[in-house]
Design a binder for this molecule. Structure first.
Ligand code: SF4
Length: 234
């Protein structure tokens, strides 16, 4: 009797059934291919100082950079310094950022973060991981982005939903906790690449290794990806 063909798997859910093998030994080859594919992987948020980057990054959760840039074009003209955010009328601020989604919690966090920056950090966005993560709404992901982009300090790797999904599918980590994923990736990468890993994986996650339907057929690392057999089989 002919063997029954496995059903084609198309969602991330499928991976729960499949124990992705450890593929860390292939990291260097995977990274070389991805770097070649996305040589200019940079965040596309617009900002002109550390505070604007911090605000834009907090706003960007669950939204797109294009949408955030649309909103911040006017926002940054209206709120020019940290005191403008700290003293903002919460209702008015909520309506200013309404279209970014989750506007209530984002407005509350940004206002509270600005107040803390004024009270504790002399009105300047702090430049260390320890201090940045004390700000409401700022986790390691946002702190890593602000440190690297605003201050040129590369402490770690910003792990968002794309980095988490792509590194998991590639077998570069077995963890789902962002901090553990960050540690796994740091242990694999060269120091000089730390800054670009996050954006490169984000680009790949947006363009090819998409959550619902990864485009493995056109993926430059499909030969090295242990998950490709799941999505390519028919
Ligand atoms: S082969 Fe498929 S699952 Fe693996 S990284 Fe590429 S798109 Fe993602």
């Amino acid at each position: 009797m002919p063997e029954k063909k496995p059903e084609k798997l198309t969602s991330n859910e499928s991976l729960k059934e499949y124990d992705i093998p450890d593929n860390r030994h292939n990291f260097d080859r995977i990274w070389a291919l991805l770097k070649e594919e996305y040589p200019d992987a940079k965040p596309s948020l617009n900002y002109s100082n550390p505070l604007e980057l911090l605000v834009a990054t907090v706003l960007s959760a669950q939204s797109t950079d294009v949408q955030i840039n649309r909103v911040t074009e006017n926002l940054f003209k209206k709120y020019r310094n940290v005191r403008d955010y700290a003293n903002a009328d919460l209702r008015e601020f909520e309506s200013d950022i309404y279209s970014t989604g989750f506007y209530k919690s984002k407005a509350k966090n940004i206002k509270a973060a600005a107040q803390l920056i004024v009270e504790r950090y002399g009105g300047k966005v702090p430049q260390t991981m320890e201090e940045l993560v004390t700000l409401p709404g700022v986790g390691r992901k946002t702190a890593n982005i602000v440190l690297a982009r605003a201050f040129g300090v590369v402490e770690g790797i910003a792990v968002d939903t794309h980095v988490k999904r792509v590194s998991g599918r590639l077998g570069l980590t077995r963890h789902s906790d962002p901090l553990k994923i960050e540690k796994d990736l740091i242990s694999l990468a060269r120091k000089e690449d730390l800054d670009s890993i996050s954006m490169t994986l984000i680009y790949h996650g947006r363009k090819v290794c998409q959550a619902r339907k990864p485009r493995c057929q056109v993926c430059v690392v499909k030969e090295l990806c242990p998950s490709s057999i799941l999505f390519l089989r028919e």
